[in-house]
Design a protein around this ligand. Structure first.
Ligand code: IMP
Length: 200
């Protein structure tokens, strides 16, 4: 049976990815299961570049099927920041809460209409050391005025879905899984993998 390695060490992200890929019914493991996997420096200018670099590096290392995602928050009023620097917005090893506070400070005094943002996700799939598919998806929302909710991770407590007037942090996994940037990208990745795996 073909095995799929998910190229992440982020525990919460991994949980989301495993949830989305479950219907495929294949064996899924992560970088934590590969002790000596190379560390990938995410120095690309775009989510796509980073996702492809991660998938490619790990697939060259394992020789097998790998899925990597790179994602982040793009805020219109900040010219696209924090973008590919989302995880490190408040500095290397910054905690989610520190990134959230920095973002709130940058947007201080901006009215709701100017707080438009989107989450973006690039998912790259590689096999035998070659990229075989890359998908990009987004989810639109706006940045709230305070941290709200206890679900999810990263900027979820600040990311308001206009339709609900609530943050992903308040809405929880069921709603997030239906509409997030990652769930949309992963739905497409899942369809691609279903067909790809049939060819073996
Ligand atoms: P990555 O591991 O390089 O993809 O880092 C993505 C960073 O973007 C995370 O550490 C979060 O700060 C942010 N991010 C990406 N996706 C989400 C999400 O679904 N919710 C909240 N924050 C996210």
């Amino acid at each position: 049976m073909k095995r799929l390695v998910i190229a992440t060490r982020n525990e919460k992200k991994l949980r989301e990815l495993v949830r989305y890929l479950k219907p495929l019914g294949i064996k899924v493991s992560s970088l934590k299961d590969i002790e000596v996997a190379p560390r990938v420096i995410e120095d690309g200018a775009t989510f796509k570049e980073n996702a492809e670099k991660k998938a490619l590096t790990i697939s060259k290392f394992t020789g097998g099927l790998v899925l990597a995602d790179d994602s982040g928050l793009v805020v219109d009023a900040l010219g696209g920041l924090p973008g590919v620097r989302s995880a490190r917005f408040a500095g290397d090893n910054a905690r989610d809460h520190e990134n959230n506070i920095k973002l709130l400070n940058h947007l201080r005094n901006l009215p709701a209409a100017k707080r438009r943002a989107r989450f973006a996700c690039a998912a790259a799939i590689a096999d035998k050391g070659k990229i075989i598919k890359t998908i990009e998806e987004t989810c639109r929302g706006r940045i709230g005025f305070e941290v709200r909710g206890r679900y999810g991770f990263g900027y979820d407590p600040l990311f308001v879905i206009p339709k609900y007037g609530k943050t992903f942090g308040e809405l929880g996994a069921r709603v997030k899984d239906r509409m997030s940037h990652r769930s949309k990208a992963l739905a497409k990745a899942r369809e691609f993998l279903k067909k790809y795996l049939r060819s073996f």
